[in-house]
Every structure is written in structure tokens, then in C-alpha cells.
Write a protein that binds this ligand. Sequence first.
Ligand code: DHE
Length: 585
Amino acid sequence: MKTQAQKARQTLLASAALALTLGASGAWAQDKPAVHGDTPAAAYEPSMTTLAEINVELPGRKPGDPVMTQEEFNTGKEIYFQRCAGCHGVLRKGATGKPLTPDITREHGYDYLQSFITYGSPAGMPNWGTSGELTEDEVDLMARYVMLDPPAPPEFGMPEMKESWKVLVEPKDRPTQKMNDIDITNLMSVTLRDSGQIALIDGGTYEIRAVIDTGYAVHISRMSASGRYLFVIGRDAKVNMIDLWMETPATVAEIKVGSEARSIETSKFEGWEDKYAIAGAYWPPQYVIMDGETLEPLKIVSTRGNIYDEQTYHPEPRVASILASHYNPEFIVNVKETGKILMVDYTDLKNLKTTEIEAERFLHDGGLDSTHRYFMVAANARGKVAVVDTKEDKLTALIETGGQTPHPGRGANFVHPELGPVWATSHLGDDSVALIGTDPEGHPDQAWKLVQSFYALGGGSLFIKTHPNSHHLFVDAPLNPEAEVTGSVAVFDIDTMKAGEDPEMKVLPIVEWSGITEGQPRVVQPEFNKEGTEVWFSVWNAKDKESAIVVVDDKTLELKQVIKDPRLITPTGKFNVTNTMKDIY
Ligand code: DHE
């Protein structure tokens, strides 16, 4: 254990150095891997791939405009949306990175821009030229491109949504009872990132029961409250609604809700089960509430507006995570750049009521506490977690997690033997795990405070997980620079945890267990089966290499099964139907 701990410290130093070089200009700058290659870490950059494909005319030439052909402009736009828009914003007005509007870029001039793009800056700008990511010609092109007026990608309103909307099987033609022998309560929906598909894997037999085409680089899966319908959203903002009752589960409705999106959720409050679905978009910055049986778009709401503290206008605040409240008929919509959490009351879409909670900028991912009353979301570039009381619709606390760039996924809830109920997050920027007290009634001294922090495997963690029936806490580190770290997962025994003492860490060599020797696969996102007796890990390799899912016995921490299949291309997120439906994590 000592050597592991030492290794972990080394990795901490490596990743802390990395975070420092990348600077404090914001989440994506901090999240950037050292080399911007075609790696899973690079894939973590918000890349507006779909926007890059939209055709835009070269803006009319103004005096002083750099010379550029339409072809060069198209290439510049593609590079900009794929590499730069995540930090500098689609409209170049700045997000976590600095604004790059022509008034600023022209003031700097070509030589400055060319050198800046080539060498980067300690404040967070990557060295696109010297890293070899962009050729000299591309750097020259980008220096000229950013001096032109930024092209605004098209809006995506009701006409566009309606045009993309298809009901493939009408509700009246759908089965009235489950037509298959699958235990759908223990089904796993697995993202096959680079093949634009999901795999439905039986949690009991490990058999792939269906592979379903979805949008581009599908991001997450969420369940309807009844557990019948599965919703997935691609990065291209395409939503698929899948009926798990069909003989072979298949898409029954689909729609596009914008050009870039990451989140989808369904109504869960009593009396509103399966009534609505909601999706949030990065572009255009908006959310849309849809009919829960057909995906018919009903209400589109823009999130453009003022940043919560400065009260200055932001033209493109992206919608990050969305969760359904269990305490009120509301969706919890997290708006990244303005730092607002919107409690959207869905009881009357014509007279929509929204409670706008001031939280913190750069809201990203989060989940509920074990009682489902409190919602915890990471403002990751600010190193904080915002807590919202979903019963009272009020901000309860803003907590510094003590680490760099908290990234909880939905987090992990467990009862610490000495500190009581806690919610945990790991971090992208360092190897710490933060525990936050979540029991204001039973443990008022600990509630909404950072009660313990300890080290896991290394920086570059994305997800942490446990289950009410498990005594283990699992922490991944897929974006760590070291292959040994990305190929393993850290486990902590919850029962032996002591306040103020680092718990002992076990390391499971998941990639080694998968038997995959080619490529540099990364272990990502632990997910439990329904009973909480097994935990599944994705062994995420490059698209042209073998990937796998490794199943570990939660009691013995021994290998139980390796799921391999040529169809399992780049598996990443896994969503157990029951755990997802009931917010168990
Ligand atoms: Fe994710 C959740 C955004 C990259 C796997 N990711 C989320 C959520 C957001 C988000 C807003 C919360 C959704 C919700 O709860 O409603 N993710 C982004 C990005 O903007 C980012 C950084 C870059 C991008 O261009 O998309 C990004 N994400 C990734 C990956 O590279 C990951 C590791 C692999 C993949 O499949 O793309 C990845 N993100 C996930 C997963 C979840 C997720 C598995 C759901 C976790 C959960 O347990 O709920």
C-alpha cells in the first residue's frame, strides 16, 4: 500500500504541475491534457464537432480584413469549433477562456496571434503549433481567421425541431405489456461513443440484447420514471427514445433539439411519471421540454442572460446537467456560464414558473443526496460544489472541495462510520476525494461542510461510485497522464473509514484483468448492477482497438466477468436501469 500511496503522490505532483501550467483561465483550460492529441483525454475537451459541419458563408470583406478564401474560412471554422469554441465560446465572446472578438484580435495583430497560437501561454492557452497539433499553415490560417467577424451558427427553434421529430412507433401501436424475457430492471445501457450507438447488456447474463443507433458520440442515458422508456442524447443533440418493452428494444421516437447537447432527463414527481422529457443544449443555449411518450417538442426556453454575480450579459450560457426533482414537479437545470440553477416547474407549460437560484459559474455535473432532497452540483472551474434544497428551492451552501476541478458524475452517497451520511466527489485536477456532510438533522455539525479529504489513485478522475448495498467506494482516473493509473481503479472500504485518517486504498488492475494488451485503454465510470453486488467498468480503448467491460464482484473485489464483443466499440458511460431510474448512487 505504501508504494501505491507514493505512486499516487507522484501522480498528484504530475497532475498538479499539469494543472498549473494550464493555468487558472477556466475549467476547460484546467481540464486540458498536456498534449492535445487524439486521446480520450483530448476528447474531454468540449468540441463543437456538429457546429463545425454547418456551412457558413465567408463574411463580406471589410477594410482591414485579412485575405481569406471561402475554403480557408471553412477550414478555420472547423478548427475553431472543434478546438477553440469550448473555451472561447461559439461567438468568441469568451467562456472559460478569453474573448476573441475582432476588436480585440485586430488590436493584437497578426504577428502576436500567430505567435500566441504557436507557443500558447502560461495562463492556459495550449501550444497548438509547437505541440504539432496544428501545422504552420493552420496556425497562419487561424491567426487570420480570428481577426474576421465570428460566424454565428444558426438558431434551432420549433420549426427545425418539428422537422427533425419522428414518431417511429405511435403510442397506440406499442406493446401493452413487456414482450421480451429481459430483466429490464437490471439492464445496462452502455454508451458506444465512437460508433454512435448504445448497447443494451443484460445485467444478469452479460449478453448484449440490442445495439441501437443513436446520435453522434452519444453522451448519457436516462430512464423514464416507470422504467419503460430509455432516453439517450448524442453530442449532435439527437435524442432517441427507446421502448424497453418491445420484443427487441428499439427507438420509438427521435428528435434533434439543437446542434450540440449533453443532457437529457424525465419527469419523476408523483403523478407526473413518464409525462415529460427535457433536454439541454450547448448550442443554441436552450432547453426544451418534450412530451414523454412521443418527444413532441412543447416548450423551448433560451438560457441567454446575465451572469449571476457580475450581472453582465452572456450570449451563450450552455446547459450542463439536468436532474428531475423528487420533491416538486420540477426540473433542475444547470446553466454553466451564468452560474444559475433553474428550478423549472413543469405543471403549467403555458405559464411557466422558474425559480432562478444564484449558485456559481461553470456548473457542470452533479447528483442528489441519499434522501433525494438536496442536489449537489460541481462548479468545476471554481473548485466548488453548490447545494440546493429541492424542497424549498433555495441555495443551501457553496462548498470549496479543497481540490482542483471537482468532477463527481452524479457523486457517491454513503454513511461514514464516524461522520454520518456524506456525498463524495473526486477531482480532475488532482487526486483528492472530498466528502461533504449531507445530514443536517442527524449530524448538523457536519452538514454542508467538507468533512474529510483523502487521496485516491491520481489526478484525472471523472467518476466515483458506490451503492447502498455496497461497502466500497470506487474512484477512477481515466484522464491521468500515466497508463498504469488510467488502467486501474481505486477502492476504499467504507466500514473502516475514520475521521481525519486516510483510508487504506486498494488498487484493482482492471485493464490487466481485461486481457487487452493493444492500445492504451482507460478505465472509466464504475456502475453497479441493480442489487449492488457487482460493479462494471468500461475499458475504453481507441475506436480501432479492442475494448471491454470488466465486471468485479463487490464483496470479494475479484474479477467476475470480462465482456468482449466486436460490437463493443469505445464503451464509456454505463447506466443501470434501476439505479438510473431511482437515482441510486
Ligand atoms: Fe461528459 C455527464 C459534459 C466529456 C462521459 N458530461 C456529463 C454531463 C455533462 C457533460 C454536462 C452531465 C449530464 C447530466 O447529468 O444531465 N462531457 C461534457 C463535456 O462538455 C465534455 C467535457 C466534453 C465534450 O465535448 O463533450 C464531456 N464525458 C466526456 C467524455 O469524454 C466522457 C468521459 C466519455 C464520453 O462518453 O464522451 C464523458 N459524461 C460522461 C458520462 C456522464 C457524463 C459517462 C454521465 C455520468 C453519470 O453517472 O451520470
